[in-house]
Design a protein around this ligand. Structure first.
Ligand code: FES
Length: 126
């Protein structure tokens, strides 16, 4: 998937916007990605993929990505919209490593991927 391809098709939220949101805002829970242009709050298809991207950012992956073409992704989402179920498990979602933001209530919003720049308060979400 390329940076400008849409991960959340319902709200036209690109991979780039989600990655930038994660890096700038450092959400402590994946559900807070909904603050990035409402990603994940429509049909729900993209939620496992949002989790994957979120975990990749927190794991320090230099170029978070989804190993699927935008065409296949959109086709699978269309089937999901019709059937209400996923045609296959989402193998690309994986739990975050220990110490990441999902590790527990001690996770700090100030903590983030190592080596990532911090953004000043009031920076744009995406
Ligand atoms: S594709 Fe993201 S909520 Fe539908």
């Amino acid at each position: 998937m390329k940076p400008d391809d849409h991960v959340c098709i319902c709200f036209h939220v690109s991979l780039r916007k989600i990655v930038n949101f994660c890096r700038r805002e450092r959400p402590v829970r994946v559900s807070l990605l909904s603050e990035c242009l409402s990603a994940g709050t429509g049909c729900g298809w993209c939620i496992p993929f949002l989790k994957t991207i979120y975990n990749q950012v927190w794991d320090g992956v230099p170029s978070p990505d989804l190993p699927v073409s935008p065409e296949e992704y959109a086709e699978r989402r269309a089937k999901y919209r019709i059937t209400g179920s996923r045609d296959e498990p989402t193998p690309i979602a994986k739990p975050s490593r220990a110490g990441g933001p999902t590790a527990g209530p001690t996770a700090s919003p100030a903590a983030g991927p190592p080596g990532e720049p911090t953004s000043p308060p009031g920076s744009p979400f995406c």
